[in-house]
Design a protein. Sequence first.
Length: 109
Amino acid sequence: MQALKKILPILINRYFLVSIGFVVWMLFFDQRDYFQQKASGEELKKLETSTKYFNDEINNTKSQLNNLQNSGTSIEKFARERYLLKREGEEVYIFEDTSSKKTTTEEKK
């Protein structure tokens, strides 16, 4: 009872009530409430990781381009792998992975 008499004036204090109301308003009802801030932070982290990924891809592509511009053998290798080019009198055999096709046809059924 004595503790209630000490705490009750603090709880009835208008400054305390206004402060509690302000905190509740900012957490739940404001345009930029806590939950929206948390979602925005998560989205920002995803965008930063995707930015890092794309910057790495740009650097890899630049190094491949530099390698292709400076080496004739790498140009031939690139053309053979990417565009299936061959030399005169050469035969090229292409093997397709049939196990991946079976799984895609099984999924359709």
